[in-house]
Design a binder for this molecule. Structure first.
Ligand SMILES: Nc1ncnc2c1ncn2[C@@H]1O[C@H](COP(=O)(O)OP(=O)(O)O)[C@@H](O)[C@H]1O
Ligand SMILES: [Mg+2]
Length: 386
């Protein structure tokens, strides 16, 4: 990488040099991905545990920008078991969305690239590594096996088409073979009812702007469910809604969870939401997993100082405090990460080992893992970072 000036800004010459180097790297990745007739053996893989729907294994997703390489996700490993909800939590910018977009392979191209690691997707009879699958195959996986509920329902819907036509289109595209128009419409109505829209025939004929935010999000959820996906990614699905509607949508997702038996990856910065939804919790910080475990592990025995800080900064009803705690400092610059624990500069619980390399993943129990020097004493570190 080109050197920076003392004032921290890149000169035009350096920026040109970086951008030329980046183009070389990203062109090579893109060429690989755009190939046609790639043999299945190249992206066929086996699940480490067949009870998992998805396994993220040492995922590295970088953005090659003109200002340098942003290591948005830098060695993330966790599993999403079939029929369970995994909550991914962490403050804004820690790489939650980039992790989920890597699974969908919907990263901003050509800058965004998975440079290392595997994402194994369980298709039932076989498993694919989506990071190696070519575009042709990915198009079939999206919607049929993995679908996504985005944060802002108004941008997920097309403002100039009727609700019914938009849901019909999803069904026709992924699940429409041999179905007549009337059958597709019947399925749309059924889905709209399933997500709690009472006047489904009426809503079928409406445009997105005629619906409230909560109703729109219900439509988006109906679209995500259209083809019985094995994995549903919900990326901050209630952040754009007001609190009462948020509670309704969470209720709906919880009910659906029991009915559809899909794995859900639930992304949020809100620990309260995670507490209501998740079976397992993954805590991310600056592009890495710092702690993971069952919801009980994380809520009753938080181990990483960052998780402890997140808990302390959550208001509790009935508890009187003078001022709400906030974690001091800010996230390090993702272009220039330190070579020691990323949380060290903000940490109020440092111990002796903290000056050393990035801390290893330590198992506290069968389900509970943490990456922190407070727990290394007398414990064997896991070598593969899982
Ligand atoms: N298209 C992009 N180009 C460059 N950097 C990006 C891009 N998308 C995301 N990033 C960076 O990746 C990091 C993780 O972002 P993101 O996954 O969106 O965070 P969040 O946890 O809030 O969902 C951030 O530092 C962000 O600036
Ligand atoms: Mg996000």
């Amino acid at each position: 990488m080109a050197k920076k000036n003392t004032d921290g800004y890149l000169s035009a010459r350096d920026a040109r040099k970086i951008s030329k180097e980046n183009r070389k790297i990203t062109n090579a990745y893109e060429k690989q991905r755009k190939r046609k007739n790639v043999p299945e053996s190249e992206y066929l893989t086996t699940m480490h545990d067949p009870r998992n729907a998805v396994e993220f294994d040492n995922l590295h997703t970088y953005f090659f920008t003109d200002a340098g390489t942003v290591k948005a996700v830098d060695g993330v490993s966790f599993d999403v078991p079939i029929g369970k909800t995994v909550g991914v939590v962490g403050e804004s910018g820690c790489g939650k969305s980039v992790t989920s977009l890597s699974l969908m392979q919907l990263l901003q191209r050509p800058q965004g690239q998975v440079v290392e690691g595997e994402i194994r997707l369980n298709l039932g009879s076989k498993a694919y590594d989506v990071t190696k699958a070519p575009n042709e195959v990915l198009q079939k996986l999206r919607g049929n096996f993995v679908s996504m509920i985005f944060q802002e329902p108004m941008t997920a819907l097309n403002p100039v088409f009727r609700i019914g036509d938009q849901v019909d289109e999803v069904i026709a595209l992924h699940d429409g073979e041999g179905k007549s128009e009337a059958e597709i419409k019947a399925r749309t109505i059924e889905l709209l009812e399933m997500v709690g829209i009472a006047n489904s025939e009426g809503v079928y004929m409406m445009y997105p702007h005629e619906l409230s935010g909560g109703m729109r999000q219900r439509v988006v959820i109906a679209m995500a469910l259209a083809c019985n996906p094995k994995v549903i990614i919900a990326d901050e699905p209630t952040t754009a809604l007001d609190v009462t509607i948020q509670a309704q949508i969470l209720d709906l997702l919880r009910q659906l969870k029991d009915r559809i038996n899909s794995a859900i990856m639930f992304i949020t910065h809100d620990l309260g939401v995670i507490a209501e939804m998740a079976d397992y919790v993954v805590v991310m910080y600056a592009g890495r997993v710092v702690e993971q475990g069952t919801a009980e592990d994380i809520f009753y025995h938080p181990a990483h100082p960052y998780t402890i800080g997140l808990m302390a900064s959550k208001p509790v009803v009935g508890k009187k405090v003078d001022s709400l705690y906030s974690i001091p400092g800010k996230v390090p610059n993702p272009i220039n990460m330190p070579n020691y624990c990323y949380f060290k500069d903000r940490c109020e619980m440092c111990v002796e080992g903290c000056d050393g390399d990035y801390p290893p993943m330590i198992s506290l129990s069968e389900t509970h893992k943490v990456s922190c020097y407070r727990y290394t004493e007398g414990k064997e570190a896991e070598t593969d970072g899982r």
